[in-house]
Design a protein around this ligand. Structure first.
Ligand SMILES: CC(=O)CC(=O)SCCNC(=O)CCNC(=O)[C@H](O)C(C)(C)COP(=O)(O)OP(=O)(O)OC[C@H]1O[C@@H](n2cnc3c(N)ncnc32)[C@H](O)[C@@H]1OP(=O)(O)O
Ligand SMILES: NC(=O)C1=CN([C@@H]2O[C@H](COP(=O)(O)OP(=O)(O)OC[C@H]3O[C@@H](n4cnc5c(N)ncnc54)[C@H](OP(=O)(O)O)[C@@H]3O)[C@@H](O)[C@H]2O)C=CC1
Length: 291
């Protein structure tokens, strides 16, 4: 199947990163969000990130100009009806995602493949609420999208072979590597990564270490590029908590119980980098641990 036009729903950190890599790979991108300001910020962020690639000699100025010209934005979900592939990358809440698919489906062409960048939610359940479960898949990019090599491909119970093959070809065109995961809560990467992050929050909650000592321990003692609390702030603490809740409810095992301290940070609106405060305070020149 020939995919040329790609619609992206949600212009947050993931939606903007996905738009970035698709535009550079030659796809026409239509980016949708509920906020005009969010769309403006996303385009400015993509521009800055591609400019950095230009300054490091990884992308030419001509390729950057062509990529930016391929990105259009819209506040109307219905405009995505003309695309060949839709990637939903809105907030990690099932009700939000279901409402988006419900509004979008009547506008889609019959051939359009529908995907979600969800970190954890059942692909089979999301697909079952659309008119095309056989053309529905989990299409899970990693953060930061322009840098991370992996894309998880998750088939729902009804996903057909041509849909999987089409997305595998797209991953190849993006120059990334696909890993196939079965449709169980949080798939592969987050099934393993998120309990580690949650355990780091428990380690902090129980006073075993401070934010600084926990992050330094994993960076210097296990060669992780970021400490687990720094990484949680980078991902977004609301997203981390949502993923833990999906694991806890979906696998019905207390080992996935979200740490009460993680819940407290989310309740405070301290969601990490995106709100300037989480396990670190980012409002000054250098991040300062909040505990
Ligand atoms: C929650 C989910 O559902 C799934 C997930 O995504 S889980 C999260 C997975 N991601 C990770 O685990 C990331 C862990 N962190 C890292 O790998 C690294 O810290 C990092 C790649 C983010 C930054 O690396 P670093 O060496 O500290 O920084 P730096 O040298 O500044 O950056 C390396 C490159 O990444 C680029 N980069 C860094 N942050 C970026 C961003 N937010 N957007 C775009 N590009 C970025 C830099 O421009 C640089 O590019 P070049 O190689 O072309 O120079
Ligand atoms: N953060 C990460 O590291 C990763 C996240 N993901 C997944 O990607 C998805 C997005 O995450 P992320 O980009 O981090 O989250 P962000 O909070 O950065 O962005 C979410 C965006 O979706 C917008 N949005 C909310 N509701 C709607 C809607 N109804 N229609 C259109 N846009 C909407 C939000 O707007 P507003 O701000 O106005 O509410 C915001 O711009 C989630 O499913 C997450 O689990 C996957 C891989 C990694």
């Amino acid at each position: 199947m020939d995919i040329q036009k790609v619609g992206i729903v949600g212009a947050g950190q993931m939606g903007s990163g996905i738009a970035h890599v698709f535009a550079l790979a030659g796809y026409d991108v239509l980016l949708n969000d509920i906020s005009a300001e969010g769309l403006q910020k996303a385009v400015a962020l993509i521009d800055r990130n591609i400019e950095r690639q230009v300054s490091r000699g990884k992308v030419t100025a001509e390729d950057k100009a062509a990529a930016m010209a391929r990105i259009a934005t819209t506040l109307k979900l219905a405009d995505l009806g003309q695309t060949d592939l839709v990637i939903e990358a809105a907030t990690e809440r099932e009700t939000v995602k279901q409402a988006i698919f419900e509004d979008l489906v009547p506008h889609l062409q019959p051939h359009t493949i529908l995907t979600s960048n969800t970190s954890s939610i059942s692909i089979t359940r999301l697909a079952s609420r659309t008119d095309r479960p056989e053309k529905f898949m989990g299409f899970h990019f990693m953060n930061p999208v322009p840098v991370m090599q992996l894309v998880e491909l998750i088939r729902g119970i009804a996903t057909d072979g041509p849909t999987y093959d089409a997305l595998l070809a797209v991953v190849g065109k993006l120059g990334k590597t696909a890993a196939s995961a079965e449709d169980f809560p949080a798939f592969i990467v987050n099934r393993i990564l998120m309990p580690m992050i949650n355990e780091a929050v428990y380690t902090l909650y129980e006073g075993v270490g401070s934010v600084k000592s926990i992050d330094e321990s994993l960076k210097l003692g296990a060669n992780h590029p970021m400490g687990p609390l720094e990484l949680a702030d980078f991902i977004g603490l609301d997203t981390c908590l949502a993923i833990m809740n999906v694991l806890h409810e979906g696998l019905a095992d207390t080992k996935y119980r979200p740490c009460p301290l993680l819940t407290k940070y989310v309740e405070a609106g301290w969601l990490g980098r995106k709100t300037q405060r989480g396990f670190y305070d980012y409002r000054g020149e250098v991040p300062v641990p909040t505990r």
